[in-house]
Write a protein that binds this ligand. Structure first.
Ligand SMILES: Nc1ncnc2c1ncn2[C@@H]1O[C@H](COP(=O)(O)OP(=O)(O)OP(=O)(O)O)[C@@H](O)[C@H]1O
Ligand SMILES: [Mg+2]
Length: 313
């Protein structure tokens, strides 16, 4: 449904995104993850036809975004970082206006506006001016305008930013219900949100693609291999510095001792090292007693930090 190939955007000398390639299948919900300035919004703006790319290509819903941008736009809904709302319009008036712009057939507009307001929980706000709405409800208006043309593809730039916890839960369940037939890309800084909503996640850092997999695979791949907990016998002060010397070790955390005269450490390895077997070997070579050795499951947050900081060092 979406095919992005070697997409690059430069802002003058500054880098926006650098050679991004990825695909999104029909009906898939894809999460965009990356620190501030990574290039998430840039990518979304290009895909929605708001901005040209410097080079590369992208096809959305079967149409080239540069050559057939009108075809793309009519099949697409976009919730930008900040939604341009007309504060002196009542909610349904604004939505009818957007529906007209998006060429919803005029006979269907009223029905469609009612339907979408119902869907995003705005029906009881129908008499309000947009300027009177709280941030959470404005965000719903933003979602409603993105949905008004019943788009095949939905692109949501940080849909839950600035909302209170209750609103976040509601907007998330709304987004979850939007999946199915629709193809969705959403960006977020909130990692549990991505694990909860997305079938696949793309991690972007400094404009480049750093990972592209399911949240489950990312967690499994990295946890099995790069972080282990070891419980080692004895009080030796040397254990921690010795652990830090093992090839591939990035960091060692001393978790403390227990009654049974053992000390527990969490040892982080760089990607690509067989953490468990390396650690076991090192412990045996030093003739320490090994009481426990187990992989530590990483959260998406750990993985994100792992991937992003590894590139910097
Ligand atoms: N209009 C612009 N002119 C110049 N540089 C820009 C412009 N818009 C974005 N950039 C730069 O492009 C890079 C990517 O920005 P982008 O807004 O896409 O990041 P983001 O991943 O959406 O970040 P955030 O999480 O903060 O929203 C940044 O270095 C940013 O400074
Ligand atoms: Mg952004």
């Amino acid at each position: 449904m979406i095919e992005v190939k070697d997409l690059t955007k430069r802002y003058g000398e500054a880098r926006g995104i650098d050679n991004l390639s990825f695909e999104v299948a029909k009906g898939e919900v894809l999460g965009f993850l990356g620190p501030n300035g990574a290039g998430k919004t840039t990518t979304m703006r290009i895909l929605t036809g708001f901005m040209p790319a410097t080079s590369g290509s992208a096809v959305v819903a079967g149409y080239d975004i540069f050559e057939d941008s009108l075809q793309v736009r009519s099949r697409l809904g976009y919730l930008p970082e900040t939604v341009p709302l007309y504060t002196d319009m009542q909610v349904p008036v604004y939505l009818r206006f957007v529906a007209g712009l998006k060429e919803v057939p005029w006979k269907k507009i009223n029905h469609r506006v009612d339907e979408v307001m119902e869907q995003v929980g705005l029906t009881h706000m129908a008499h309000k001016f947009i300027g009177e709405l709280s941030k959470g409800y404005r965000q719903r208006v933003g979602l409603a305008q993105a949905l008004i043309n019943d788009p095949e593809v939905l692109i949501l730039d940080e849909p839950t930013i600035g909302l209170d916890p209750k609103q976040i839960v509601e907007i998330r369940s709304l987004i979850k219900n939007l999946g199915g037939e629709r193809t969705v890309i959403l960006s977020s800084h909130i990692l549990p949100e991505i694990s909860m909503l997305c079938e696949r996640v793309i991690i972007i850092d400094e404009g480049r693609l750093k990972a592209n997999d399911t949240p489950g695979n990312l967690m499994r791949q990295l946890s099995g291999d790069s972080r282990v907990r070891a419980r080692i016998g004895g009080h030796s002060k040397n254990i921690q510095p010795e652990l830090e010397k093992i090839k591939g070790v990035k960091a060692v955390l001393h978790e403390g001792g227990d009654a049974g005269d053992t000390q527990s450490y969490v040892v982080d390895f760089e990607n690509g090292y067989q953490a468990s077997s390396r650690l076991a070997k090192a412990v045996i070579e030093r003739e320490w007693d090994l009481h426990e050795l187990s992989p530590v499951k990483m959260t998406l947050e750990d993985i994100f930090i792992h991937i992003v900081t590894e590139e910097e060092s």
